[in-house]
Design a protein around this ligand. Structure first.
Ligand SMILES: [Zn+2]
Ligand SMILES: [Zn+2]
Ligand SMILES: [Zn+2]
Length: 455
């Protein structure tokens, strides 16, 4: 195991050069000698201790370990899974053998060296985004999604295990051009609770029951009557329920132009059943024509991300970067609390309020023909109009590539003025081709919006 000698200058510059490792689970006696030579064993997770590696041994709980890594700011540490399982976040996985341990320690050294080339991650709002970038950069990997039935979103990013609000974090970075999106999957979401664990079934368009049976449609030539076959059958023969004649020969007396569904609950007959999604999390049903979708992406780092990781700060990020200097700027979660309160007061005491939603992706794709410069101009105009218009008592946040403006004590009518002004200014600056995609969120949708952004 001579090749484990730590010679890299970056490593040598960090303390005594030993890997700081915390073993979890049952430590086999045969590991002790190698660990004693190669690593500095750490007894427990502590916020100030910067770990290089977490070693999972048989009996260790990986999820608990990741939660501890997150709590103590050690999410970048190498995760070595020697439980015989293969945790999706693991940087090295294998059996609890000396050989596997040696390869795991090599990996930990490589990762620590890579981390040593990056700026330390600051304890501010940039920490989540920088951690995501650093994880991808030090592992030389894309941020890959994975279908995961244990979460309501149905998708998770194993590399980012332990990081909160992964989707909005990644979308924020992609919006700022630090990550490049690659399409992964489009999932339908429950209209009630936004869970993606919703299964489609065919239902009766009349009553919504999924208890449908298939029947052959019979067409009686003579009288033109058409109905499910079951209504024609009497004593093993086919008789037309309309004109009472016997149907003897297929192609002469009758034909079967297709099939229909017969609802066993309300007896309705339908040529085409509806699709309805049944939510596994809240049991709500969402009609196929009403169901919304959510797109998921794989993310690749761009050169801007490498710069950010080297500098230890995220650049001013497009519209978000320009808006977050305004006094009314809030996190999506805080904005959700305020909107929720205004909604409750509105319902009870009739106080007006308005929420204006500007869809940045739709707006930007609408002006794609104007190019990067055009989009930058558009962002500038939007930010100018917004900062001129928002009062001290107004608040805003961005969420999922949308700007949300919360205007307390403002009627929808007055909010329309603001929207029109925004539209007029955009057209004046960028011409008729530039259209912003914005709307006043209807009151009925407010509870769903609050739920989405407070996630
Ligand atoms: Zn649901
Ligand atoms: Zn029915
Ligand atoms: Zn007939």
């Amino acid at each position: 195991m001579d090749d484990l000698t730590l010679t890299d200058s970056n490593v040598a510059s960090q303390g005594n050069g030993c890997i700081r490792l915390i073993p979890l689970g049952e430590l086999p006696a045969r590991f002790c000698e190698m660990l004693a030579q190669e690593v500095e064993l750490v007894e427990e997770f502590r916020p100030s201790k910067v770990l290089d590696a977490v070693l999972l041994l048989p009996g260790a709980n990986a999820e608990q370990a990741i939660a501890e890594m997150a709590r103590t700011g050690n999410l970048l540490a190498a995760l070595l899974d020697l439980t015989g399982g293969n945790h999706p976040r693991a940087d090295h996985a294998g059996q609890a053998t000396l050989d596997s341990l040696a390869r795991g320690l090599e990996m930990a050294v490589r990762i620590r060296t890579a981390i040593g080339r990056l700026a330390p991650i600051p304890a501010n709002d940039d920490a989540g985004g920088l951690t995501a970038i650093a994880l991808a950069l030090t592992r030389d990997r894309s941020i890959e999604p994975r279908l995961n039935s244990t979460v309501a979103d149905f998708v998770s990013y194993p590399l980012l295990a332990g990081l909160k609000d992964q989707r909005s974090l990644l979308e924020g970075l992609a919006g700022a051009k630090l990550l490049k999106r690659r399409f992964f999957e489009r999932l339908h979401v429950c209209g009630e609770c936004q869970s993606a664990r919703a299964v489609p079934r065919e239902v009766c368009p009349q009553c919504g029951s999924s208890d449908l049976s298939e029947d052959t449609l019979v067409h009686h030539y003579k009288c033109g009557y058409q109905a499910p076959k079951s209504t024609f059958v009497t004593n093993d023969r086919l008789a037309c329920p309309k004109c009472d004649r016997q149907l003897r020969h297929y192609g002469v007396d009758y034909d079967t132009p297709g099939s229909v569904r017969v609802c066993q609950t309300c007896s309705a007959i339908s040529a085409e059943p509806e699709i309805s999604f049944l939510c596994i999390d809240c049991s709500a049903m969402t009609r196929g024509i009403d169901v919304r979708t959510r797109d998921w992406f794989c993310y690749d780092l761009t050169p801007l991300a490498e710069t950010a990781a080297a500098e230890g700060r995220l650049p001013g990020t497009g519209v978000e970067g320009l808006l977050n200097g305004l006094p009314g700027w809030r996190t999506p979660r805080d904005l959700a609390l305020m909107i929720d309160l205004a909604h409750r007061i509105g319902v009870r005491y009739g106080r007006p309020y308005a929420v204006l939603e500007i869809d940045l992706s739709a707006t930007e794709s609408g002006v794609a023909a104007l190019g990067e410069v055009g989009i930058a101009k558009l962002q500038r105009v939007m930010v100018d109009v917004i900062s001129e218009t928002v009062r001290d008592s107004d608040f805003l946040a961005t969420f999922d590539r949308k700007i949300l403006l919360f205007l307390p004590e403002t009627s929808h009518e007055n909010c329309h003025f603001l929207l029109n002004r925004l539209r007029a200014r955009v057209t004046k600056t960028l011409g008729d081709r530039a259209q912003i995609s914005a709307r006043i969120v209807p009151e009925a949708e407010i509870p769903i919006l609050v739920q989405q952004i407070s996630k």
